[in-house]
Design a protein around this ligand. Structure first.
Ligand code: ADP
Ligand code: GLC
Length: 494
């Protein structure tokens, strides 16, 4: 049976390549494109941050009025463009006072104090935009706390025009919930009755994510394992009971990979392209990385890469504990990342003492991220929790075997190496302890040196794996139908 195509409005605070701090931006680029390929009519909306050059966008005539409670109506500009290599339109909400800043969410790690107003404004602008461009969504798909006010806004403040629209909220990371002062209820203008412990309230504050979970018609997260983990106190960041209460509408859908961006066959950012059939180029990529980072030029040494935010989530404290033990062996390590200041200076200090074996680039560089994925033999990702994780999946595509902790999407995507059974694509450990990490790194290093044939076979297995967005898009399609059905039923009941 051919299903009716849907009008989907996808709303996110970051979308690659326009603005990116992490995996959300990759998802917000790839999923709308995959939904479009299924035949849906999709548009994407994000803020126009300072770094997004207006000159490269199309200006939409007219102004967008956004009601902001006692702040009155604020007037924004609207620009548009298309997602690269697609016909999916993306709209940018331009309001200098809120988004004309260097950072997306913070200034060098200090969250902006008006993030509540900034993102409530953004959520509300989505409804005004629909009217301005005459887009009638069947689904509004929101992501993380920044856009989590959308479900309640659709049901309350904008119900007269959007009361029939079903809403879906995707949880990319439970750690960030958008906890703000309760006075922001007056800016939300949805009614103080929603400020209660079953909805928006968390011990006297507004919790945006909590409210979003309560009011969305369906909630998704980015792997099946994480969907279960967040029901526990270890991973729920205080929302575990709330999530359990709403688990009947919670679905785990694994992210995919955009292989036109992340594949050694097509990657223009790496020194030499290669494939599972012809791996010669991978060695050239390794030499390129050694040269770039001024490491000793050696083909026979194992090279371990790390790319990611320097945040506790990513297991950087564990890495800090063991890095000198690992450097006592015949290895090379390269790190690319930015974030917590102690980590930036600690790893830089270790690098300055181990120049020929360990190097770090503190900062954000997409080019370098691709080069490290391609040039490394092993990829380090010992996250304490990981909703999905994209880097370990990119690593598989480049034949760079991941060392991961058994959590969230890392556990769902990486099968552990079993030499006797000739199976597995990476090296996993369970306990978040320095010793477990160290032992697992050593296991991977020994496999590289002592079982080169098994290592190479594992690389081929990794490279043959496929995590396409087409599969994920089909699962989202199912969730959208569920949300629409649920919305209809609830409207019949009230
Ligand atoms: P998270 O979203 O938690 O940061 P993911 O693994 O889902 O983790 O996605 C991280 C994305 O951000 C990947 O595309 C990765 O390559 C990119 N990334 C992270 N840090 C950097 C950096 N310092 N430079 C370039 N890309 C980075
Ligand atoms: C979050 C998670 C990461 C996930 C990404 C995209 O930032 O930390 O695990 O891959 O969102 O969903």
């Amino acid at each position: 049976m051919i299903k009716k195509s849907l009008n989907i409005l996808f709303v996110a605070s970051e979308v690659a390549p326009f603005a990116k701090t992490g995996g959300l931006a990759d998802v917000a680029l790839s999923l709308p494109k995959a939904l479009r390929e299924m035949g849906h009519n999709v548009i994407v909306v994000m803020p126009r941050y300072y770094a997004i050059d207006k000159a490269k966008l199309t200006h939409i005539e007219g102004s967008l009025g956004v009601p902001m409670g006692y702040m009155g109506e604020l007037w924004a500009g609207v620009y548009s463009s298309k997602l690269p290599n697609s016909d999916v339109l993306i709209y940018f909400i331009d309001y200098e006072e809120f988004f004309g800043r260097g950072g997306l969410y913070d200034h060098y790690g200090e969250a902006y104090t008006d993030n509540d107003n900034r993102f409530i404004f953004f959520c509300k602008s989505v409804f005004s935009l629909c009217k301005m461009i005459n887009f009638k969504p069947d689904i509004i798909h929101a992501n993380d706390w920044h856009t989590a006010a959308v479900p309640l806004l659709a049901k309350s403040r904008f119900a007269h025009d959007f009361g029939d629209v079903a809403t879906v909220l995707t949880l990319h990371n439970l750690e960030h919930q958008g906890t703000v002062f309760k006075g922001a209820m007056d800016i939300l203008e949805c009614g103080w009755e929603h400020f209660n412990p079953e909805a928006y309230e968390s011990v006297g504050y507004i919790n945006m994510l909590k409210g979003g979970i309560a009011y969305a018609d369906a909630v998704t997260t980015v792997s099946k394992k994480y969907a279960n983990e967040i029901k526990t106190s270890e991973f729920g960041f205080g929302l575990e009971n709330h999530i359990r209460a709403h688990s009947y509408k919670l679905f785990g859908i694994l992210n995919g990979v955009d292989y036109s961006e992340w594949s050694p066959k097509y990657d223009d950012k790496i020194a030499s392209k290669y494939s599972a059939k012809d791996m010669k180029g991978k060695l050239l990529c390794k030499r390129d990385i050694q040269k770039h980072f001024n490491l000793e030029q050696r083909d026979d040494v194992v090279l371990i890469g790390f790319v990611g935010r320097f945040a506790k989530q990513k297991g950087i404290e564990l890495i800090a504990e063991i890095i000198e033990w690992v450097l006592g062996h015949d290895v090379q390590i390269v790190m690319l990342g930015t974030g917590e200041k102690w980590a930036e200076s600690y790893f830089s200090h270790i690098a300055s003492r181990n120049g020929s074996k360990f190097a770090i680039h503190v900062g954000y560089s997409d080019d370098l991220a691709h080069k490290i994925e391609a040039g490394s033999d092993l990829f380090l990702m010992p996250s304490l929790f990981e909703p999905c994780g994209l880097n370990q999946i990119y690593s598989l595509a480049y034949g760079t075997l991941p060392i991961v902790r058994k959590t969230g999407g890392l556990d769902d995507t990486i099968e552990n190496f079993d030499e006797a059974a000739e199976s597995g694509v990476g090296f996993k450990f369970e306990h978040a302890s320095p010793h477990a990490l160290y032992n697992t790194i050593m296991w991977a290093v020994q496999t590289y040196y002592n079982s080169p044939k098994a290592f190479k076979k594992m690389q081929k297995r990794a490279m043959s794996m496929h995590f396409g967005w087409d599969d994920a898009a089909k699962s989202y399609d199912d969730v959208y139908r569920y949300a629409i059905y649920k919305k209809r039923v609830s409207r019949l009941q009230y």
